[in-house]
Design a protein around this ligand. Structure first.
Ligand SMILES: Cc1ncc(COP(=O)(O)O)c(C=O)c1O
Length: 388
């Protein structure tokens, strides 16, 4: 069966150009980048070349890049590593209500340890409320972590504006952004964004899984969570994932080169998808504010339905999407992001996220429109509470 893939927010296929670059480092050039012999030095050279690519992409120095296993690790290292480094000081940290669990869970953990946490609300379009952020800042605040773009509805956060705001506060507040979802579509110049730390991940940008990077502005506090191998200036011990790191370096180069072209193409398809879904399926809410969102995202709630059933029915037709509710974890709790946007739980339950990628075509959109209206109508007929 032909697979129609609309779940690029979850992961992307590795670009063939990226794969080609990676392949030698699995076999012929398999050295450990920490070894001093020639095979090791060759691997180390490849790691350093990739570090320069990532640094160029972020407009920073290559000394400011740490390779990790992905954004979950980058986020954990930053949040816990700063607190560890600033041990003994009275602390208050700020984040938003719509962050990924790899931010929310470390924050929750720190809260249990007695650190004060403020969660900034978002507006109805999924964009953080800057006024609430301003009010939340106090003299004990040491860290603000706000994602660059949301993974569910795709809302883009005003990172540069927050960076400016924090730079004017008369004590240092470190600023981290989780740029995992933004990297494909948005410029990631850390100087223009005004961030001290930035997380990104290979597999969201047509690179490999299990590799990511963390930008740490020179002089910013950070203490390692993982000890042992002394790699990455002692900040992230563990044998280098050389093929992964090489793939990440190539992936960011391609993102930069093709960003404008891909954004245009994806946005055009996304608009057609939205128009056709809203035209063909009544009683549907679009939760993505396309004026303030990544070009890839189209997040819908279909009233009187349940997202997981729709996702499975589409999967049966070879169309891969993601559900907006947290049913994948076995919980029937609706998504925290949607609730934070003021969407009612019963609306949030019937949600589906389409996240488009550079290889999608108009035929893919047509396949959705061929099957989705019938699927929604069938589920609504089965729901005695749905009357329309
Ligand atoms: C916003 C955001 N942050 C962090 C992550 C975790 O990234 P990784 O899979 O590289 O650990 C994801 C993954 O979906 C994400 O969307």
């Amino acid at each position: 069966m032909k697979i129609t893939y609309f779940d690029h927010s979850s992961t992307t296929p590795v670009d063939k150009k990226v794969l080609k670059e990676m392949l030698p480092y699995f076999s012929d050039d398999f050295g450990n980048a920490s070894s001093l012999h020639s095979l090791g030095r060759m691997a180390a050279k490849a790691v350093e070349k990739s570090r320069v690519c990532v640094a160029n992409f972020l407009n920073c120095s290559s000394d400011e890049i740490i390779f990790t296993s992905g954004s979950t690790e980058s986020n954990n290292i930053v949040i816990k590593g700063i607190i560890k480094a600033l041990d003994g000081k009275k602390k208050h940290i700020i984040t938003s209500a719509i962050e990924h669990d790899s931010i929310l869970e470390p924050y929750a953990d720190l809260k249990k340890q007695g650190i004060e946490v403020t969660y900034i609300p978002v507006k109805g379009n999924g964009v953080v409320d800057i006024e609430s952020l301003k009010k939340a800042i106090k003299k004990e605040t040491i860290l603000v972590s706000i994602m660059y773009a949301n993974n569910e509805v795709g809302s883009i956060q005003p990172i540069a504006e927050i960076g400016k705001l924090l730079s004017k506060i008369n004590h240092k507040i470190y600023f981290h952004t989780d740029a995992t979802q933004a990297v494909n579509a948005l410029p990631c110049d850390v100087k223009k964004l005004g961030v001290d730390y930035l997380s990104l991940s290979g597999h969201k940008i047509y690179g490999p899984k299990g590799v990511g990077a963390l930008f740490v502005k020179s002089g910013s506090p950070l203490k390692a969570l993982q000890l042992g191998g002394h790699q990455e200036k002692n900040l992230r011990s563990g044998t280098y994932n050389v093929p992964g790191i090489v793939g990440l370096g190539r992936a960011v180069e391609l993102v930069e080169k093709d960003r404008e072209k891909n954004n245009k193409k994806i946005d055009k398809l996304r608009k057609i998808l939205i128009e056709k879904v809203l035209k063909n399926i009544p009683d549907t809410v679009l939760n993505t504010d396309i004026l303030n969102a990544l070009p890839s995202h189209a997040h819908f709630s279909f009233m009187g339905t349940e997202g997981e059933s729709i996702m499975l029915a589409l999967d049966f037709k070879g169309i891969e999407v993601s559900t907006g509710s947290a049913c994948a974890s076995g919980s029937l709790e609706p998504s925290g992001t949607l609730l934070a946007m003021g969407i009612k739980p019963e609306t949030a339950h019937g949600s589906i996220r389409f996240s488009l990628g550079k290889e999608n075509t108009i035929e893919d959109v047509d396949r959705v429109i061929k099957y989705l209206p019938g699927i929604i109508s069938k589920f609504r007929k089965m729901n005695p509470l749905y009357k329309k």
